[in-house]
Design a protein around this ligand. Structure first.
Ligand code: PMP
Length: 285
């Protein structure tokens, strides 16, 4: 089946889906993105993803090119045309096409929009969650506004590649005080020896993950002890459990950090329960 992408108002086969070489996303990474889970052909937490998109755009002073409702229509149509049952829908909005100049283009330059969707391997994902994954740690060398979901992801690309080369699934960034910020494409969590859930506070040093927000709600509802604070690599290595969250990986148990087993080296009970219960709390539309 040939895949279909939405590009600036048209649905096109992927091979014909192109952007201009002077698109500012291509030239300067001058754009933002969102990734939303698709489950049973429906969108998970669409409202929150669109709210975060609006915030990222506003921080970068890129106009929102269409209403949330219109964007929802494009998401659904792209999912439908690509026959996605379980997978992701990807949205990218850039500052548009203009002769190359670092400063903003003339007022009225239209943002570019691309939406793609694809199926993911559900069985593979469940196997990964049942086995748990390894993470490595490395210095956080990103800029100080990673709360904006910018397409400028070079440090994340290099970090993920370093993880792959070391047989790990994810890389955790560590700030200059030895504290974990987040993963290259996920938020980082631990369960302490005394059963408290810990994840870094959402300031400018991490992306406020939508999956993170929903998990926080689950924990509050269930009265589980929770601390939104930074934790060190040492504390994580001594933790009872660890896991990562993201829209495409959901809640994914971490069983090894820098080669050292976490807890007994198997996915923890709390991580597994959160993964199992997640969709009862997420919004499906
Ligand atoms: N942090 C980073 C750097 C990410 O790329 C992602 C995934 N987009 C996340 C956290 C998790 O965010 P979400 O739960 O919204 O997918």
């Amino acid at each position: 089946m040939s895949r279909i992408a939405y590009v600036n108002g048209r649905y096109l086969p992927l091979r014909d889906a192109m952007v201009n070489v002077e698109d500012r996303g291509y030239q300067f990474s001058d754009g933002v993105y969102e990734v939303c889970e698709v489950r049973g052909g429906r969108l998970i937490d669409e409202r929150r993803h669109i709210e975060r998109l609006a915030r990222s755009l506003s921080e970068l002073r890129i106009p929102m090119p269409m209403s949330a409702a219109a964007l929802g229509v494009v998401f659904r149509e792209t999912v439908r045309r690509n026959k996605v049952r379980w997978g992701i829908v990807y949205l990218q909005i850039t500052r548009g096409v203009s002769r190359r100049d670092h400063a903003f283009p003339p007022a009225g330059t239209l943002p570019s929009i691309v939406v793609t969707a694809r199926n993911l391997d559900l069985q593979g994902a469940e196997k990964l969650a049942a086995d748990g994954v390894a993470v490595i740690t490395l210095p956080d060398n990103r800029w100080d506004r990673v709360d904006i979901k910018s397409v400028s992801l070079l440090p994340n690309v290099l970090a993920k590649q370093a993880a792959r080369e070391q047989g790990a699934r994810e890389a955790w960034f560590v700030d200059d005080q030895g504290l974990v910020t987040e993963g290259s494409s996920s938020n980082a969590w631990i369960v302490t020896r005394d059963g408290k859930l810990v994840t870094r506070q959402a300031d400018h040093a991490i992306l406020r993950g939508i999956t993170r927000t929903v998990v926080l709600e689950v924990l509050k509802e269930q009265g589980i002890k929770l601390e939104e604070r930074a934790f060190s690599v040492e504390e994580a290595k001594e933790a009872r459990e660890a896991f990562i969250t993201s829209a495409s990986q959901l809640v994914l148990p971490v069983v090894k950090i820098d080669g050292k087993p976490v807890g007994n080296g198997a996915p923890g009970l709390i991580s597994s329960a959160l993964r199992r219960d997640f969709h009862r709390h997420a919004e499906t539309t």
